[in-house]
Design a binder for this molecule. Structure first.
Ligand code: BG6
Length: 479
């Protein structure tokens, strides 16, 4: 009973949120580098600002991140001390192909990740590697328009092939795109797309562009699956979504339907990656709107033949949807907005805290897809303060994670969900994707750095460090 003995306990990160060293060893500039903290962040993520370089007077937290690039040995040793079986990280595309369209990869970039993976191997830790976690070389944005352009498919294929080949035997679990469903809300961050005047004004035009970009990512994902299988039969390639479990505001069928439609926007792309074809509702949406999409027979064949091996997802919150369009009380979550849920507490950033929703989500995803699942992000973003002994007493984080792990256990033990592992988000404090803050902390390890980039970058164990160690040691029995 309980979790399988090979259950992959661990933590998760992303290159742009923790590596830093944005211009070292040949790394090219990327979209994520030029998204600042502050009022420009959201409009930039959404593709509403036509800029491809730094703007004076703004702070760019991705430039230095938490300096994992230079401190990876120390950081991996620390997480190994917690007993991690898995460590999720992503590749910065512009470290491997600085401009994106070169024929040969940058050796120094390849070497860096090889060193990191070997360091993981030293501690018996399985790397879970995301090929694209919200990043694209800026040259591909400037010269090709990001994922709106079909040519990106070939560049992504070269990139994926270079990775699978170089890291054969070192990395078994790959993820093609982080939270692929983010693309519709954050086209610049997820797909390097800066919207044109016409797309900003015309909803139909914008949706057409985004569906085309999404199609390109889906085909790229299928090509990655195909390439991985050619290179190494042992590799497992997964899709990844931000879970959007949505409750109706009331049992009124209008609310139920509105909630269903909102939740389905989250499933749409994964439906293709897991089942190998566009679902009926998507085809009808394309038809009804008369979208002019370039989808070839060859594309459809690739999608059909190269479905993913597992589905990974992030879970932070659940949403509430009302059919009443005049309501103004919806608040931003990680992807979509939600009306309040009077039964749930909220985080300091207004996200609904819903452990039972985690069990519901695991079940909904497993019922829908029936392939192994992998929880690759879950956690509490909170303000942490050091006490007089320099300790962070983060009992609130322990409480949050314990309640989620208990529900995950029920999903596995009672409901029979096939789950590969669980990696908490931001196991070491890192830059927030949504807000660019350092003050929104998720880690078991505190990093001395603030929102303005001040601090020594020193690492300190929080109270939750020993707690999570115990959870892993007991394979989830002692939470
Ligand atoms: C997910 C992303 O959306 O949520 C991460 O994959 C992100 O990159 C995480 O950091 C938490 O969101 P935030 O905005 O609190 O950093």
């Amino acid at each position: 009973m309980g979790f399988n003995k090979d259950f992959l306990w661990g933590g998760a990160t992303a290159a742009n949120q923790f590596e830093g060293a944005y211009n070292e060893d040949g790394r090219g500039l990327a979209n994520v580098d030029i998204i600042p903290i502050g009022e420009l962040r959201r409009p930039m993520m959404r593709g509403q600002i036509n800029k491809t370089d730094f703007i004076e007077g703004y702070h760019y937290p991705a430039k230095e991140g938490i300096d994992f690039y230079h401190r990876y040995k120390e950081d991996i040793a620390l997480i190994a001390e917690m007993g991690f079986k898995a460590f999720r990280l992503s590749i910065a595309w512009s470290r491997i192909f600085p401009k994106g369209d070169e024929e040969a990869p940058n050796e120094k970039g390849l070497q860096f990740y090889e060193d990191v993976f070997k360091e993981c191997q030293k501690y018996g830790m399985e790397p879970i590697v995301t090929i694209t976690h919200f990043d694209i070389p800026i040259h591909l944005v400037e010269a090709y328009g990001g994922w709106r352009n079909r040519k990106i498919l070939g560049f992504y294929e070269n990139h994926a092939r270079a990775l699978f080949t170089r890291y054969k035997g070192l990395v078994k679990y790959w993820i093609t795109f982080n939270e692929i469903n983010m693309l519709f809300d954050n086209p610049f961050m997820s797909a390097g797309i800066i919207l044109t005047e016409e797309e900003l004004e015309d909803d139909h035009k914008r949706r057409e562009t985004l569906y085309q970009a999404a199609h390109h990512q889906l085909v790229a994902s299928a090509i990655a699956v195909k390439t991985a299988r050619e290179v190494d039969k042992e590799i497992k390639v997964g899709a990844m979504i931000a879970a959007t479990t949505t409750y109706p505001d009331t049992p009124n069928p209008d609310d139920v339907w509105a909630a269903h439609l909102l939740e389905r926007t989250g499933f749409f792309l994964v439906d293709v990656q897991v089942r190998g074809e566009y679902p009926g509702y998507a085809k009808k949406e394309f038809e009804r709107n008369n979208f002019n999409l370039h989808i070839t027979e060859e594309d459809l064949k690739l999608l059909k033949e190269n479905t993913v091996d597992y589905l990974s997802f992030s879970y932070y919150l659940t949403l509430v949807k009302s059919a009443d369009e005049s309501r103004t009380d919806a608040k931003q979550g990680n992807v979509l907005t939600s009306h309040p849920n009077k039964y749930l507490e909220k985080t300091d950033w207004g996200w609904n805290i819903d452990p039972k929703g985690f069990r519901i989500t695991l079940n909904r995803l497993y019922d829908r897809y029936n392939i192994p699942l992998f929880v690759v992000e879950n956690g509490l973003g909170a303000y942490d303060t050091l006490d007089e002994n320099g300790m962070v007493q983060d009992d609130y984080r322990i409480d949050f994670l314990a309640k989620h792990i208990e529900q995950m256990k029920l999903a596995v033990e009672v409901d029979g969900v096939d789950l590969l592992g669980y990696t908490t988000w931001g196991c070491i404090d890192l830059v927030s994707a949504g807000s660019g803050e350092m003050a929104k902390r998720y880690g078991f390890i505190y990093v001395d750095r603030d929102n303005d980039g001040n601090g020594t970058l020193e690492r300190k164990k929080k109270k939750s460090f020993n707690w999570y160690k115990k959870v892993i040691e007991s394979n989830g029995e002692d939470v």
